[in-house]
Write a protein that binds this ligand. Sequence first.
Ligand code: DX5
Ligand code: ZN
Length: 231
Amino acid sequence: MSFDRSIKIAPSILSADFANFGAEIRAIEDQGCDWVHVDVMDGHFVPNLTFGPPAVKAFRPHVKTVMDVHLMIAPVDPYIDAYAEAGADILTAHVEAGPHIHRTLQAIRGAGMKAGVALNPGTPAESVAHVLDLTDLICVMTVNPGFGGQKFIDMTGKVSQLRQMVGDRPIHIEIDGGVTTQTAPLVAAAGADVLVAGSAVFKGGSVSAPEVYGSNIAAIRNAARASATAA
Ligand code: DX5
Ligand code: ZN
């Protein structure tokens, strides 16, 4: 995975047809997505339950781009090797998931993956100030995690702060939750480069009408690009 700050669209398969993940993943990739966002929820850290390492392993052969695995679980450390074995390219842990984010990020990189750290809406940017050199991606939650289709919570101030803190480091700033053609320009202007979108990509489409996915992805990308700040 080479690093650049161009706008990237990462559809969240939480909004896909759960009975047809392989075809859904191939459809969004054929329709131009950049990454595939996989939401892992444990029914403990967040009030919802999705899938674990066996399912992620089953998704892997269908992902030709980048498998971006977002862990909404606590604890994280006991599962890091299982997600490496499942084929995650990026593994993101929440800073709120436990007291040892420094150790967790080291372990994720040690297992051969890119390391991401996620911040809930209530968590300040400063919480990652001392782990930037262990981080390849910062995920700014713009919803309280656990469900797709929620209303966007404006975190553009935090995004700008993080963009300053990151400086020239090769760290992606990812936005997750409520991304649409309306909200994408706001976060892109603040310095984000990876936009996760679930309901806004999958709405109105299906594996038999994938071109709808394509026009949704293109619309979000074009809206973001129009206001993206130069790196
Ligand atoms: C929420 C997840 C998000 C969610 C985004 O906890 O982390 O990735 O699927 O879905 P939308 O884009 O519909 O808000
Ligand atoms: Zn997510």
